[in-house]
Design a protein around this ligand. Structure first.
Ligand SMILES: *Cc1c(COP(=O)(O)O)cnc(C)c1O
Length: 373
């Protein structure tokens, strides 16, 4: 049984075929603009200009940091995240400051973030671990108090809510990932969402080598020949092929995926709720579209459980190895003890919309059996 999976089928194939055979323009063009419009509508009827589709979630974060930081500026980021968050920050010439997380939900610990503030701190990058964005409000209050920008790594949290608003509906700069196993996929892809016109204009340009206003032209099927460049840019645009997949996925997300992911997590909780050897980092809450289903193994047997499950063909994962333990990001004076403890405890169980309740029961029976020995 697989841990995660792209859920794509004939609808996505037909949409790609249409781009290939009817349109024949595979680069960034009208299909991308249409996807940006669909996303803007989905995110509480934003303006289409407020959504910029790019080639990956990492690209979205990289461009967002490049647009909000100067070289040497510091970014507060939880250590307990995918290395993409850190790479995006350092790639833009800023410095990731690894913050510890709360053991009860895997989200950035604002007390530790406060202790790690410096005159160089410009941005806080929360990561909505496993899709839980309920910590969003205090993070924005913290940012307001210390005059920081908020670049949200919402790679796990597409479709999740905080205080009745979707992640990306309001805020500062929100970044999504549409890679193969995220809540929706466009093959590879991502998006930056903001209402800051300066940031948006800059990111629109920097996704395409910094060529000023090239995005608008390409959206209208044209190109720039006599152009100017103001900023370092990248080839981070989204292609029409990717956008075609993303548009189908967005429709299926609302009708199929949200409900399915939430049901599966509820079922996990129902089947394992009695077990005292585990705690949870994924919660059956209506505001959350769970991206991962993470348990904490409290009796120190995570690796044995993982091995036991793999022997019966149940794939599991470990999200994540804290970034401050990686050679590139190690610093003598940076400590995140709770991240290190969680790293030893966490186990991600299979979660994707093609699993059935019977599959969940199979996994749970194995776990109950393991702890019952
Ligand atoms: C997936 C992910 C990213 C990066 O997204 P890509 O589209 O894979 O580049 C960033 N942060 C987190 C927490 C992720 O899970």
């Amino acid at each position: 049984m697989r841990l995660a999976k792209s859920i794509v089928g004939t609808l996505e194939a037909e949409a790609v075929q249409k781009v290939l055979l009817d349109d024949g323009f595979l680069g960034m063009g009208q299909e991308v603009v249409a996807f940006e419009k669909d996303l803007a509508d989905y995110l509480g009827h934003r303006e289409v200009e407020e959504v910029v589709c790019v080639s990956s979630g990492t690209a979205a974060l990289h461009l967002a940091i490049a647009a909000t930081c100067q070289a040497g500026d510091e970014v507060l980021v939880p250590s307990f995240t995918y290395v993409a968050s850190f790479q995006a920050i350092s790639g833009a010439g800023a410095v990731p400051i690894a913050c510890d997380i709360r053991s009860d939900n895997g989200q950035i610990d604002l007390y530790d973030a406060e202790a790690k503030l410096s005159p160089k701190t410009k941005v806080i990058m929360p990561v909505y671990y496993a899709g839980d964005a309920r910590t969003r409000e205090p993070i924005f209050e913290f940012a307001k108090e210390y005059r920081l920008r908020v670049v949200e790594d919402a790679a796990h949290a597409f479709g999740s809510f905080s205080q009745k608003k979707k992640v990306g509906e309001t805020g500062d700069v929100t970044c999504f990932s549409f890679d193969g196993i995220k809540n929706i996929t466009s093959g590879e892809g991502g998006a930056v969402v903001s209402s800051d016109k300066t940031i948006l204009e800059r990111i629109r340009d920097t996704r395409l080598l910094g060529v000023v206003r090239d995005s608008e032209k390409r959206g209208a099927g044209k190109r720039s020949w006599d152009f100017d460049v103001l900023h370092q840019g990248y080839r981070y645009h989204m292609s029409n092929l990717m956008a075609a997949i993303g548009r189908v996925q967005l429709k299926r997300f609302e009708t199929e995926f949200v409900k399915k992911r939430q049901e599966l997590v509820r079922h996990y909780h129902a089947c394992l709720g009695q077990l005292t050897d585990i705690e949870w980092l994924t919660f059956p809450d209506k505001s959350i579209v769970p991206h991962l289903c993470v348990i904490k193994c409290m009796s120190g047997e995570r690796d044995r459980l993982r091995k036991y499950l793999s022997e019966v063909d149940i794939e599991t994962g470990i999200h994540y190895k804290p970034n401050h333990l990686l050679s590139l990001y190690r610093q003598p004076n940076i400590h995140c003890p709770k991240s290190e403890q969680l790293y030893r405890q966490v186990l991600s169980l299979p979660l994707h919309p093609e699993l059935t309740e019977t599959d969940i029961e199979t996994v749970c029976n194995r776990i109950v059996h393991f702890y019952g020995r």
